[in-house]
Design a protein around this ligand. Structure first.
Ligand code: NAI
Length: 740
C-alpha cells in the first residue's frame, strides 16, 4: 500500500482541516459531504482560515469536492479513506457500509472519532475488513497540532498500521502515537481530566476564572488559554458532549467519573447560547462599552460578567517546585491540580499504555504543554512530591517509585519515534552551559543553543549564549512553541523607564556584533526555526549560514509596528539579499525600494513557501514538515559541510538621496490617504534613511559596519520618542499595534 489518493467523508472542522493538510503534502484528496455545496463551503473556509491551514493558497489545487451520492466512486481507487462525519454512531456505521462496498482491497479506512471506541465503530465489520480499519485521531487545527493518535487493536493488519504511521510521520509531519482502544485514548483522557480538575478545584477554592487561568497556564508550562479560555475556544457544547461520552465509556470506578458531570453552570451557558467564542461568548466574552471592545469574565457564582482582570503572578520561567510551594492560594491551587493530574495519569499505567512517556508526549503534541505529568513529577522531584502528597495507595506506579527510594526515574523522551529528536539528544548530553535566557548543549562535534525565555524573547544573555557557542558548528533550535518573538521589549523598556538609553545602545551593539559573528565566524551556524521567528528572531535567521525551517513558521521584520526599525542587521541583510537579484542589477534603487516595502508594511510569511519570495529565506535553506527532523537535518548538513568557509563580506552601493526621494513619495501618499499618521511618517523616514544608505551616492561603497551604524542610529532616535514608547507599551499590554 502506498498512499497516493485520499478520500475524506465529512467536510466539517476536522474533515476540512485534514484535507488542507494533505493538500500541503501534495497528496490528491477528495472531500465529500452530504451535498457538494457543503464541501465547497469547506474549501472556501480553508482558503480564508487564520492562521492559515495551507502552506500557500495554490496548494488548494490538490483538493476536489463532491457529495456522497454522485461522487462516491472516488472511494474505489483511494488508498486511504477517512471518515470525519458527526459523532453519531449510526451515521458512521452507514458510511462504513458504503465504503466497504466501494473500496479497493488494499486500502486503509480510518475514523477521526474522538470518543467512540474502535470496537464499537467496527462491530458490524467482518474480520477481513476489521484488519484494515483503525482510528486516526487528528487534533484541531490539523496543520498546527503535532499529535496524531492511531488507535488499533491486535486484530489489525499491523503492517498496514505501520505504513500509515510512517506516512503520517514523514509526509504529514505528525508525531504519531500508537494507542490502545481505551476511552479518550491518551491525549484527551489526561488532557480533559486535567481541564476538569482545573475547573472544579478553582471553584472549590473560590478562585476567579482569571486567577485559575493565570495559574493553570504559563506558570505550569500550559498555553495561556489556561482552562476557562480553552473551554471557550473548543466550544462549551462540544466539551459537554465529550464529557457525556467519557461518562458512558469510562469504567465506573475511574476517578474521572467524579468529574464527568462538569460544573453546574455549563448547561445554563449552553442553553442561553453562550457556547464559547463561536457563540455569544462563554466564560469570557467581548462586550462593547462606549463603543470600545472590552473583554469581560464570568463570575461563576453570580452568573454575571465584569471587566476581565489581568492576574500577573510575576513568573517569567516555569518552576513547578516554587509554584507549588508558594504560600498563597495560587500555590495551593497549583499543587491540588498538578498532584491530582500526576496521580491520575500514573494510576493508568500500564492499563492505557505501557510507556508513560507516551502520555507526556501526547500532552506536549496535542495540548502544547511544555511538560507532561510524568515530566512534572520528575521536575518537582520524587522526594518533594512524596513529602507533600498524602495517599498514593492503589497506585502501583507511584508506590513502586516510592519504595525504590530513588531521586530520578525518567528515562528516554519521545519514544514514539525513531527520529533522533532534540528531546532525545538533550537528555543524553553531558555538558551544559546555562544563563538566564538560554542553554548551550555541548557535544564533541557541535553545539546547540536553546533559548528559554517567554516566547524566546531575546536579550543580552541570549546573545551571550550565541557568542559563546560558536567555538564549534552551532545549531540554534528549541522545543518551545516559538523560535523567537523578537527582542525582549520589556527588557528594553526597563532601561527606557530609567532614561538609561546608553544601556539599550550597548545591548543593540552587542546584538549586532553577535549576528555579525554568527554570519562570519569560521564555524557553520544553522538555525532551525518553528513557530514565530519575528523581529530579532528573524535577524538571527537572516544572519545564520543555513536555515532548516519547519513548515509552521511565521517570519517577518515587524519592528515598524512598535515604531522602530530592525537594528540587529535585519535591514542590512534583507537589503543585501535583494541587491543580489537580477532586477537589482539593472536598477540600483530596486532593492532598497523592495525592502522598504517589506519592512515598512511589516510583511510576514506564514510558511517557508511564503518566506522565500520575500527573501526571508534564501537558497541556503531546506524545509521540513516533521518538526522532530529539524535537528537530524541540521546535523546532517554540518556533516556534509565539513569544509565550510564563511561568506565574503558584503559591500553596498546605494543612491542615498535619490532613492530616499522615491521612498518619501510613497510615504506622502500613505500619509495623505491617512494610512499612516504623524509617527508613521517619522518611522518611515528613518527606515528610508537606513535603506538608502544615509549620506551616500552610487559612486561610494558602504560597508556592513556602516549599515549597522545607520540601523543603530535610527533605532535609538526612534526609541527616544514618546510615540515609539507609547507604541511599545501598548503592544506589550494588548498584543495589538497602536497607530499614532
Ligand atoms: P463537524 O460538525 O464540524 O462536521 C461534520 C460534517 O459531517 C458536516 O460537514 C456534516 O455535513 C457532515 N456529515 C454529516 N453526516 C454526513 C454523512 N452521512 N455523509 C457525509 N457527511 C456527513 O464535525 P467535526 O468537528 O469536524 O468532527 C468530525 C469528527 O471528528 C467527529 O467524529 C469528532 O468527534 C471528531 N473530532 C473532532 C475534533 C474537533 O476539535 N472538532 C477533534 C478531533 C476529532
Amino acid at each position: 500500500m502506498k498512499i497516493k489518493k485520499v478520500v475524506i467523508i465529512g467536510s466539517g472542522t476536522m474533515g476540512s482541516g485534514i484535507a488542507a493538510h494533505l493538500c500541503n503534502a501534495n497528496i490528491p484528496v477528495v472531500l465529500l459531504d452530504l451535498k457538494t455545496e457543503i464541501a465547497e463551503k469547506a474549501k472556501e473556509r480553508i482558503l480564508k482560515s487564520r492562521p492559515p491551514l495551507l502552506f500557500e493558497s495554490s496548494k488548494i489545487q490538490n483538493l476536489k469536492t463532491g457529495n456522497i451520492t454522485d461522487n462516491f466512486d472516488n472511494v474505489a481507487d483511494a488508498d486511504w479513506i477517512i471518515e470525519a462525519v458527526v459523532e453519531r454512531i449510526n451515521i458512521k456505521h452507514e458510511i462504513y457500509k458504503k465504503i466497504l462496498k466501494a473500496r479497493k482491497k488494499d486500502s486503509v479506512i480510518s475514523s477521526n472519532t474522538s470518543t467512540i471506541p474502535l470496537k464499537i465503530l467496527s462491530q458490524k465489520m467482518d474480520n477481513a475488513d476489521k484488519k484494515d480499519f483503525c482510528i486516526t485521531h487528528f487534533f484541531n487545527p490539523v496543520r498546527y497540532m503535532g499529535l496524531l493518535e492511531i488507535v488499533r487493536e491486535n486484530s489489525n493488519d499491523q503492517n498496514k498500521i505501520n505504513l500509515l504511521k510512517d506516512f503520517c510521520e514523514k509526509k504529514l509531519g505528525k508525531g504519531v502515537i500508537i494507542c490502545g482502544d481505551t476511552p479518550g485514548f491518551l491525549g484527551n483522557r489526561i488532557g480533559v481530566y486535567a481541564m476538569q480538575i482545573a475547573m472544579t478545584e478553582a471553584i472549590k477554592m473560590n478562585l476567579t476564572i482569571e486567577e485559575a487561568d493565570a495559574v493553570f497556564g504559563r506558570p505550569m508550562g500550559i498555553p495561556k488559554t489556561g482552562v476557562f479560555a480553552l473551554y471557550d475556544l473548543i466550544g462549551i457544547d462540544l466539551m459537554s458532549d465529550v464529557l457525556k461520552s467519557f461518562k458512558k465509556e469510562l469504567p465506573e470506578k475511574d476517578e474521572f467519573q467524579k468529574l464527568t458531570d462538569g460544573i453546574p453552570i455549563i448547561n445554563k451557558l449552553i442553553d442561553t447560547g453562550y457556547t464559547g467564542r463561536k457563540g455569544k461568548g462563554g466564560f469570557y466574552r467581548m462586550n462593547k462599552v462606549n463603543n470600545q471592545k472590552v473583554l469581560e469574565a464570568l463570575d461563576i457564582k453570580s452568573n454575571t460578567y465584569s471587566t476581565a482582570r489581568k492576574v500577573d503572578l510575576k513568573i517569567d520561567k516555569i518552576n513547578l517546585l516554587d509554584l507549588i510551594n508558594r504560600d498563597d492560594k495560587y500555590g495551593n491551587y497549583a499543587w491540588q491540580v498538578i498532584s491530582k493530574i500526576i496521580i491520575y495519569s500514573s494510576s493508568l499505567v500500564p492499563q492505557i499504555t505501557k510507556e508513560y512517556n507516551d502520555i507526556d508526549e501526547a500532552l506536549r503534541l496535542g495540548f502544547n504543554w511544555a511538560m507532561g505529568p510524568f515530566e512534572m513529577l520528575e521536575e518537582i522531584g520524587l522526594d518533594n512530591f512524596f513529602k507533600k502528597t498524602g495517599n498514593i495507595k492503589n497506585n502501583p506506579f507511584l508506590e513502586n517509585l516510592k519504595n525504590k527510594n530513588i531521586k530520578k526515574f525518567y528515562d528516554q523522551r519521545q519514544k514514539y519515534t525513531d527520529i533522533e529528536t532534540l528531546g532525545k539528544v538533550k537528555k543524553a548530553v553531558t555538558k551544559i552551559d546555562i544563563n538566564d535566557s538560554a542553554e548551550i548543549y555541548r557535544f564533541s562535534d557541535f553545539n546547540i543553543v536553546e533559548f528559554n525565555t517567554k516566547a524566546n524573547a531575546l536579550d543580552y544573555n541570549s546573545m551571550d549564549a550565541l557568542m559563546k557557542a560558536t567555538d564549534k558548528p552551532l545549531i540554534i533550535i528549541n522545543e518551545s512553541m516559538q523560535f523567537s518573538a523578537g527582542v525582549n521589549l520589556n527588557y528594553v523598556m526597563e532601561f527606557v523607564k530609567k532614561r538609561d538609553f546608553k544601556s539599550v545602545e550597548k545591548f543593540i551593539k552587542y546584538f549586532q556584533k553577535t549576528c555579525e559573528h554568527l554570519k562570519y565566524s569560521d564555524k557553520l551556524v544553522i538555525s532551525a526555526p518553528s513557530g514565530l521567528s519575528l523581529g530579532g528572531g528573524e535577524e538571527v535567521l537572516l544572519q545564520s549560514n543555513y536555515v532548516v525551517s519547519h513548515t509552521n513558521i511565521v517570519m517577518g521584520l515587524v519592528e515598524t509596528i512598535v515604531g522602530l526599525v530592525p537594528a540587529g542587521g535585519g535591514c542590512k541583510e534583507l537589503l543585501w539579499r535583494w541587491t543580489q537579484t537580477d532586477e537589482a542589477k539593472n536598477d540600483p534603487d530596486f532593492a532598497p525600494l523592495k525592502v522598504f516595502d517589506i519592512i515598512g508594511y511589516a510583511k510576514t510569511a506564514t510558511s517557508p513557501l511564503e518566506a522565500k519570495p520575500l527573501l526571508f529565506l534564501d537558497d541556503n535553506h531546506e524545509v521540513i514538515i516533521n518538526r522532530n527532523n529539524l535537528l537530524p537535518m541540521a546535523r546532517a548538513y554540518i556533516e556534509q559541510n565539513k569544509n565550510f568557509k564563511p561568506p565574503v563580506k558584503c559591500k553596498f552601493k546605494l543612491s542615498g538621496d535619490q532613492v530616499r526621494k522615491k521612498m518619501q513619495k510613497v510615504l506622502d501618499e500613505l500619509y495623505n490617504s491617512k494610512k499612516i499618521l504623524d509617527h508613521g511618517m517619522i518611522v518611515g523616514k528613518e527606515l528610508a534613511n537606513v535603506l538608502s544608505g544615509g549620506d551616500t551616492n552610487l559612486s561610494k561603497e558602504i560597508s556592513e559596519e556602516q549599515m549597522y551604524k545607520l540601523e543603530l542610529e535610527s533605532f535609538m532616535k526612534l526609541l527616544e520618542t514618546d510615540k515609539t514608547q507609547n507604541r511599545i507599551v501598548h503592544t506589550l499590554k494588548t498584543s495589538k499595534p497602536l497607530i499614532n
